[in-house]
Design a protein around this ligand. Sequence first.
Ligand code: ZN
Length: 379
Amino acid sequence: MLKPERLSETFRSLAATSSVSRREGALAFDLKQRLQMLGAETVFDGSAAATGSDTGNLIARLRGTCEVPALLLSAHMDTVQPGEGVTVLFNDGVFTSDGRTILGADDKSAIAVMLEALNALNEDRIAHGPIEIVLTTCEEVGLAGAKNLDFSLITAPYGYALDGSDTEGLIVQSPSANRFEISVIGKDAHAGAHPEKGINAIHLAAKAMADLTLGRIDQETTCNIGWIEGGIATNIVPPIVTLRGEARSHDEDKLQAVTDGIMQAFEAAVRGYKGVQNEDGLPRLKTQVHRSYSRTRIPGDHPLVELARRAAANLGRSLRTKISGGGSDANIFFEKGIPLGILGTGMREVHTTREFVRLDDMIRATELLVEIIRQQSEA
Ligand SMILES: [Zn+2]
């Protein structure tokens, strides 16, 4: 039997243990012990050297009571800032912080749900296949934990990431994303004495920006320039300005077109510059485009979708497949050939100090997870 009291206490304790990205070590050690108490074997991978975290990803393996392929369950241990010294409040069935920090329900509600599900499996002697639990670091900083995960430790063909809001939704599709950095390089000069010797990089960047379409490009494509830095002083013609942004789309061709369009707007602004052209070929651009993650697309008849639907139906619930506008660890697993559907735990207003989660929603998420595990063992 699922025990709401215990689930509540587990969540409270996890949320109170600070684990901002790259400092997940204390939480990871606590989780390792909890998982071992539940009968799992645990191992940390060697990703810490690459991610800069104080711990590797935590991988736990629970032996099955029957011989079916392993099921993968994943969540991330890290949180965004402000996430240190979280005071967990619980009123009217709702967990919040005291308003000074995030709560960390993203993604500790998921970890609490998994632990409660394992408790229920043990206590009720529910038949289950092998379960592989992957708790990553550094999800919130570019999915770095998952990107550096030792996939040789994983045998499961598919599974679920618990990292969504909607307890009646299963995310099966998410976009590809590029991030980019553009530096417009002009030339410095005294703004009062010799402005004609300078090339104003901020002015050029502004011209390029003014022609861009940002925000929602279409139903499946978005784009943002979210950071800008440049200039030295009011009396110096600015020699350089740097901008950073991102583009996302469920369609690779559109993503490419949007990314190219931004680069072309800056190239046009630089080419169209009329004024001092010195022998260094100024003004000029320095651009970098990186792939952040690639899209996921899990077909509606994939076993993981059917398994989750069957489990929900057994509980008298519906489960909608959904499309997400964001990337997560699941994108990296998908790239590695391990599709993960994303289940919700009820977490809301994540990445803000208003973040909250209802205990009832975590209970619903646990019930669904236990039923998924039970159903999988009968497949
Ligand atoms: Zn998350």
